[in-house]
Design a protein around this ligand. Structure first.
Ligand code: FPP
Length: 239
C-alpha cells in the first residue's frame, strides 16, 4: 500500500454485493455465494485493520433482505452465528488487537440466540479502542433517521429539547455511529451504482468507489486500489 498514512480514509463503508451472481456463475446455490462473501468479509476486515483503517462498516443485511427466500435468509443468519461464535473464541485476539465490534440496525427482528451472541460480542469488546468494526444487520439508513426523529420528538414533547437547539450534531449523536467519524469512503463492488439506503445520514460527504468485482472475488489488492483512487481525489467538502 503506497498511500501515506495521513491520506488514508479513517472510516470505510463497504456494501458487500454480488454474492448471488458469483454463485450463479458457478452453478452453485446462492447460500454458497454468501459463504464465500463471509470469507471475504473476514479477510478484508483484517487487512484493512492491518493497514491502519480505524473504522469499518460492512453492510451485511438490509431491511429489504427479509424478502429473500426463507432458505437464503436462514443461510445468512447461520453465517452470522458462525462469525459470532468465532468472535467468542477470539476474545484474546480481539483484546490484543483492541478491536471493538458493533452491530448496527434494528436488532429486534433477529433471532433471540443471535441477539444474545451479539450482546456478548459487543460487551466483550466494548473497552477496545484501536479498530472499530460495525456490521450492519437489518439496517436501513432512512429507518435510522426516522428513529432519530422520533427520539427528538419525544425529547421536545417532554420539554427537554427546544426546536432551535436541534443541530446536525443532534442527529449525528442519535445515529448508530454516534461518536464515530462519518465514512470518508464507501466501496460498492459488483457493478451496481447505487447507495441502497446505506449510511444515508453519515455519507453526505463520502467518496464512492464502484468496482465490477463481485464481493466473493474482492481481494486485498482490490481494496488497495479503492484506497488509492480515494487518496487521489481532492475532497473539498463543498468549500
Ligand atoms: C448481497 O449480495 C449480499 C447479501 C444480501 C448478504 C451479505 C452477507 C454476507 C457477505 C455474509 C456476511 C457475514 C458476516 C459474518 C458479516 P446479493 O445476494 O444481493 O448478490 P446478487 O446481487 O449478486 O444477487
Amino acid at each position: 500500500m503506497d498511500v501515506k498514512p495521513e491520506s488514508l480514509p479513517k472510516h470505510v463503508g463497504i456494501i458487500m454485493d454480488g454474492n448471488g451472481r458469483w454463485a450463479k456463475k458457478r452453478g452453485l446455490l446462492r447460500s454458497k455465494g454468501h459463504k464465500e462473501g463471509a470469507k471475504t468479509f473476514r479477510e478484508i476486515g483484517e487487512y484493512a485493520a492491518d493497514i491502519g483503517i480505524k473504522y469499518l462498516t460492512f453492510y451485511a443485511f438490509s431491511t429489504e433482505n427479509w424478502n429473500r427466500s426463507p432458505e437464503e435468509v436462514a443461510a445468512i443468519m447461520n453465517l452470522f452465528r458462525e462469525y459470532l461464535e468465532e468472535a467468542k473464541e477470539r476474545e484474546g485476539e480481539n483484546e490484543e488487537k483492541q478491536l471493538r465490534l458493533r452491530f448496527i440496525g434494528d436488532k429486534s427482528r433477529l433471532p433471540d440466540d443471535i441477539n444474545a451472541l451479539i450482546k456478548e460480542a459487543e460487551e466483550s469488546t466494548e473497552k477496545h479502542n484501536r479498530v472499530f468494526i460495525n456490521i450492519a444487520i437489518n439496517y436501513g439508513g432512512r429507518a435510522e433517521i426516522v428513529e432519530a426523529a422520533k427520539k427528538i420528538a419525544e425529547l421536545a414533547a417532554k420539554g427537554e429539547l427546544r426546536p432551535e437547539d436541534i443541530k446536525e450534531q443532534t442527529l449525528s449523536d442519535l445515529m448508530y455511529t454516534a461518536n464515530q467519524p462519518d465514512p470518508d469512503l464507501i466501496i460498492r463492488p459488483s457493478g451496481e451504482y447505487r447507495t441502497s439506503n446505506f449510511l444515508v445520514w453519515q455519507s453526505a460527504y463520502a467518496e464512492y468507489v464502484f468496482t465490477d468485482v463481485l464481493w466473493p472475488d474482492f481481494t486485498c489488492d482490490d481494496f488497495d486500489r479503492c484506497i488509492q483512487i480515494y487518496a487521489r481525489r481532492n475532497r473539498r467538502f463543498g468549500g
